[in-house]
Design a protein around this ligand. Structure first.
Ligand SMILES: Nc1ncnc2c1ncn2[C@@H]1O[C@H](COP(=O)(O)OP(=O)(O)O)[C@@H](O)[C@H]1O
Ligand SMILES: [Mg+2]
Length: 214
C-alpha cells in the first residue's frame, strides 16, 4: 500500500478554496483514489470547537500569540484524530488551509515571529509536509467581494479585517510560494471556475504521474 498524501489549499477569503477542495475530492474519487476533505482550523468535533473560539467575535480580545497557539492546538487535534490516521490507511487528505495559513495570517498578517511559528510547526507536525499545496491567488478586492456575496450571517474575526491586512497575507503567501515552488503551486484564482479547475487538474495530474496514486 502506498502512503496517503496530504494536499492543502490556501489563499485569502473568497479565493475559492472551499470550491476547489470539493472539486479536488471529486477529481481524486473519479480516479479511484480514496480521499477525505477536511478544513482548518477544525476538521474534527473537538478542533471545530477551537475554530469557534478563534473565529467568533466575542467580548474578549485574542492576541496574535493566543491566536497562533489556538491554530496549532486545533491542528494538533486534527492531525491526531483525522489526518495522520487517514494517511496511515493510505488515504489522501484534501485540507482547506493548513500551516501555510498560519505563516500567512498570523505571521505576515499579524506580525507573529516566523521562527516561533516554525518551532510550533516542527513540534506539532514534524516531518509531515503537504505533498502539494494549491495557492489560489487573486487580488484582495476580488476575494473580499466573492466572500461577501457568499456570506450568510455576520463576518467572523478574519472577514472583519482590513484590506491592508489581506494585502499582507497575500504577499506572505506569494513569498512562501517563491521559497517553495516545488511544493506550493500557484493557481490564478481570478480566472473563471472552469479555468481554475483546469489549472488544478494539471497540477494533480503531475502529482499522480510522479507516483502519488495507487
Ligand atoms: N473562479 C471563480 N470565479 C467566480 N466565482 C468563484 C470562483 N471560485 C469560487 N467562486 C465563488 O466565490 C465564492 C467564494 O468561494 P469559496 O470557495 O467559498 O472561497 P474560500 O473558501 O476561499 O473563501 C463562492 O460563492 C464561490 O461560488
Ligand atoms: Mg472556504
Amino acid at each position: 500500500m502506498s502512503p496517503g498524501r496530504l494536499i492543502t489549499i490556501e489563499g485569502i477569503e473568497g479565493a475559492g478554496k472551499s470550491s476547489a477542495a470539493r472539486w479536488v475530492l471529486e477529481w481524486l474519487q473519479r480516479r479511484a483514489v480514496s480521499a477525505h476533505r477536511t478544513r482548518e482550523p477544525g476538521g474534527t468535533e473537538l478542533a471545530e470547537q477551537v475554530r469557534r473560539i478563534v473565529l467568533e467575535r466575542g467580548s474578549e480580545s485574542i492576541s496574535a500569540t493566543a491566536e497562533t497557539l489556538l491554530m496549532f492546538a486545533a491542528r494538533a487535534i486534527h492531525l491526531d484524530n483525522l489526518i495522520r490516521p487517514a494517511l496511515a490507511r493510505g488515504d489522501w487528505v484534501v485540507c482547506d488551509r493548513f500551516t501555510d495559513a498560519t505563516r500567512a495570517y498570523q505571521g505576515a498578517g499579524r506580525g507573529v515571529d516566523g521562527a516561533w511559528i516554525e518551532q510550533l510547526a516542527a513540534r506539532v507536525h514534524g516531518e509531515l509536509v503537504p505533498a502539494c499545496t494549491l495557492l489560489l491567488d487573486l487580488p484582495v478586492a476580488m476575494g473580499l467581494a466573492r466572500a461577501k456575496s457568499r456570506r450568510a450571517g455576520a463576518s467572523d474575526r478574519f472577514e472583519a479585517e482590513t484590506s491592508a491586512f489581506f494585502e499582507r497575507v497575500r504577499t506572505g503567501y506569494l513569498e512562501l510560494a517563491r521559497r517553495e515552488p516545488h511544493r506550493i503551486r500557484l493557481i490564478d484564482a481570478a480566472a473563471s471556475l472552469e479555468d481554475v479547475q483546469r489549472q488544478i487538474g494539471a497540477v494533480l495530474s503531475q502529482l499522480i504521474a510522479a507516483g502519488g496514486a495507487a
